[in-house]
Design a protein around this ligand. Structure first.
Ligand SMILES: Cc1cc2nc3c(=O)[nH]c(=O)nc-3n(C[C@H](O)[C@H](O)[C@H](O)COP(=O)(O)OP(=O)(O)OC[C@H]3O[C@@H](n4cnc5c(N)ncnc54)[C@H](O)[C@@H]3O)c2cc1C
Length: 446
């Protein structure tokens, strides 16, 4: 298997992006007061940078913890990451890698090529099947992306229907589209823009996980910051004299809540967001990905294999599994659901989700599958503070829509979050860079 998930199709738009990663600001911010809404990595990065330059900063967070979509649970004896699991492209330029180094975090390279895929009958694929999948992927890449037109409004599904329809009826093709594209982009191929899906960029290096938990990187960003938990913001007022949020007045506000929350209209903006920004809120997609961790007394799988694929139907149903035994002593399998199946899975109770995922494991390992002794699940689209997992370029939308979040609004309101950086959207490093961008913009105004 030579497919590597995130990097195969990137077109390499590296230009201004590294500047966003720097944490030097144009001017000091002594004497200014800033409210940051949302204590995810974007909000914390903005707060930390502003405070280090002398600003008074208050972070208002709706939840009862910091980190938002970076959230680790160690109850299984190894990290269950509700949200971000990997540093994508952990090279020296990646600011998450730099944070990881700063806190001395232990990381482990998860080898995408260490993969066993099982067909619809639960039988392992043969060598020639992997070769066929490689060829299908290459062909798709050539036809769809390299000849893709920027103005193409079609979804990936619609484009494939025209150029490679047999892929959609081939179980191997369906698995590949889901486990690679739908996982990476966080939505169904029926909804993702064919033209823009792979126009973002990435850092180099094989993806790594944190063996002691992703949330270790939050400490340097949150130490000494006035974060007020359980403080949901419902209104942001901004004008020429300043801003007011939850009755607190300040000079500037950074709004770093997830795109799903903006779409839901949880926060009323006074005055309303400019129509171009509101259009971006409406037209950029926000999908979901569902995770289940099942812990067993004994492994019934090959503990030497990093990933297992299962060609399930409906497409996206628990079709990709991460084996924890490669980096811990825990007999844990982490299952993932993608695409249009993920919102279905998100709505299941923990018991129903467990039954559903166990059926998939039994389709491969039969009676060897024992009852799990611990289970953890995610339901991102059901959570009022998130309403989904991460943003994606939706069919019909444009890259320019993301760029509308980059400019200050009325020189008082600054948007941050993974959905505001097209080139690194849906990643922790993109979110962090957006927070630093907001801090830098405030410093240059003050
Ligand atoms: C399942 C899943 C898997 C992922 N995998 C990866 C991965 O492997 N690698 C990677 O790089 N990225 C991954 N991501 C994406 C990454 O986690 C996010 O891009 C990043 O963490 C987003 O940070 P943020 O600061 O923009 O938003 P968030 O972390 O969502 O922070 C926003 C904060 O705003 C708060 N909030 C919401 N509404 C309000 C309100 N009204 N008032 C006050 N506060 C509010 C929320 O509670 C939250 O704490 C994954 C995400 C998910 C969900």
């Amino acid at each position: 298997m030579t497919i590597t998930k995130r990097n195969a199709l990137k077109l390499g738009i590296a230009s201004f992006l590294v500047n966003l990663a720097g944490n030097t600001a144009a001017k000091e911010t002594v004497g200014t007061k800033v409210i940051v809404v949302g204590a995810g990595i974007a909000g914390l990065a903005a707060a930390q940078q502003l405070q280090s330059q002398g600003a008074t900063v208050i972070v208002l967070e709706a939840g009862d913890y910091i980190g938002g979509r970076i959230r680790t649970d160690m109850s299984l004896g190894a990290p269950f990451e509700f949200g971000a699991g990997w540093i994508h492209g952990p090279d020296e330029k990646n600011p998450i890698k730099r944070l990881a180094d700063r806190v001395g975090a232990n990381t482990f390279v998860t080898n995408d090529d260490s993969l066993e895929v099982f067909d619809t009958q639960g039988q392992p694929l043969k060598g020639e099947d992997y070769d066929r999948m490689d060829r299908m992927y290459d062909r798709l890449q050539r036809k769809l992306y390299l000849r893709g037109r920027r103005r193409d409004k079609r979804s990936i599904y619609e484009a494939i229907t025209e150029i490679e329809p047999e892929l959609l009826n081939d179980p191997l093709g369906r698995w590949m589209l889901s486990a690679y594209i739908e996982f990476d982009i966080g939505a169904g191929i029926e909804d993702i823009s064919a033209a823009n899906a792979f126009s973002d960029t990435s850092f180099d290096g094989d993806d790594v996980i944190f063996t002691d938990g992703y949330d270790a990187i939050l400490a340097p960003l949150s130490d000494g910051i006035d974060v007020r938990l359980n403080s949901t913001v419902f209104q942001i007022s901004y004008g020429k004299d300043g801003v007011e949020v939850n009755g607190i007045e300040a000079d500037y506000v950074v709004c770093a809540v997830p795109l799903g929350v903006l779409k839901a209209g949880t926060i009323a903006f006074d005055p309303a967001l400019p129509s171009a920004v509101q259009d971006a809120v409406n037209e950029i997609g926000f999908g979901t990905v569902t995770k289940i961790a099942l812990k067993f007394d004994k492994p019934f799988w090959n503990v030497e294999t990093q990933y297992f694929g299962v060609m399930t139907e409906p497409k996206g149903r628990w079709n990709y599994w991460l084996n924890y035994r490669k980096f811990s002593n825990e007999n844990v399998l982490l299952g993932l659901s993608f695409g249009q199946y993920a919102p279905v899975a998100d709505k299941m109770s923990q018991d129903d989700m467990t039954k559903d995922a166990m059926e998939v494991l039994q389709s491969v390992w039969g009676e060897a599958v024992t009852a799990p002794n611990a289970v953890l699940t995610t339901h991102w689209s059901q959570h009022p503070n998130f309403k989904g997992a991460y943003s994606y370029p939706q069919a019909g939308g444009s890259i320019a829509q993301y760029e509308r979040f980059e400019k200050p609004i009325g020189n008082r309101l600054f948007m941050a979050g993974e959905h505001t950086v097209f080139n690194y959207h849906s990643t922790t490093h993109g979110a962090l860079m957006s927070g630093r961008r907001a801090a830098k913009a405030i410093a240059s105004l003050w």
